[in-house]
Design a protein around this ligand. Structure first.
Ligand SMILES: Nc1ncnc2c1ncn2[C@@H]1O[C@H](COP(=O)(O)OP(=O)(O)OP(=O)(O)O)[C@@H](O)[C@H]1O
Ligand SMILES: [Mg+2]
Length: 219
């Protein structure tokens, strides 16, 4: 079987490292000469400053896409996308998401999509991140923290993916330490066994030093 031509990066929740993992994947693909394009359905928390998710993905991919072409819905407050939309008196339109994603994907040889929060986060009435992942038909990469509590959250995410018959490519335990504890090593083994998935790890990286980023071996 040929390797996937892209991934949908989701996670067990917000702030777990989806953007970082998606960026590392995009960078590895670009390094191999792929024409990488990126997509994120909605970004919020832009008022908080710092490098936005769409800017990090663009930089990692070496993509010329505009903010609008990467993330069609962008909100200032750090809130769930459906609430961000409500505060702007609008609703996220799944058709617009799919059209923007299709345009980004067209002409790319590798496509990296980052979700928002976790897999059951609502984008619009009756339309969750899980529905978007299904519509895009990309294999999932699930990002999770390595410590206590992660078995439950990761298996819940895997079960939610199974419900929608999504293909899970791998779990990535992020911020994996040089010397993992007994709990962390056990978490890795237990998720692999009970979830029936490959469990990879990503250490803490220097986000500015793209040349020093590791290759997760997903391509
Ligand atoms: N492996 C890592 N090395 C260094 N910094 C990291 C790593 N993983 C995450 N971080 C930092 O932790 C924070 C959260 O990571 P990130 O933004 O990737 O999470 P996220 O799941 O994409 O969050 P959101 O739900 O807001 O999209 C960021 O400041 C990011 O730079
Ligand atoms: Mg992110």
């Amino acid at each position: 079987m040929s390797p996937p031509r892209g991934f949908f990066v989701t996670g067990t929740g917000t702030d777990v490292g989806k953007s970082v993992v998606a960026a590392v994947i995009a960078r590895a693909a670009a390094e191999r000469g792929e024409r990488v394009r990126v997509f994120k359905p909605a970004v919020s928390g832009l008022d908080d400053g710092g490098e936005s998710d769409h800017a990090l993905l663009r930089r990692a991919a070496g993509s010329p896409q505009s903010d609008e072409e990467i993330a069609p819905y962008r909100y200032g407050p750090p809130v769930s996308p459906h609430l961000g939309a409500e505060m702007e008196d609008e609703e996220i339109d799944p058709q617009r998401l799919l059209a923007t994603a299709a345009a980004a994907r067209e002409g790319s040889s590798f496509f990296v999509c980052e979700g928002v929060g976790g897999i059951l986060v609502p984008l619009a009435p009756g339309y969750l991140i899980r529905n978007l992942a299904a519509d895009l038909a990309l294999p999932l990469v699930i990002v999770a923290p390595p410590g206590l509590g992660t078995i439950n959250h990761t298996l819940l995410t895997i079960e939610a993916a199974w419900t929608a018959e999504l293909d899970i490519h791998a779990v990535v335990l992020n911020r994996w330490p040089k010397r993992p504890t007994t709990v962390q090593r056990s978490n890795r083994e237990t998720i692999a066994e009970l979830g029936g998935v490959e469990v990879l790890t990503l250490p803490k990286i220097d986000l500015e030093d793209m040349d020093g980023w590791p290759d997760l071996g997903l391509l």
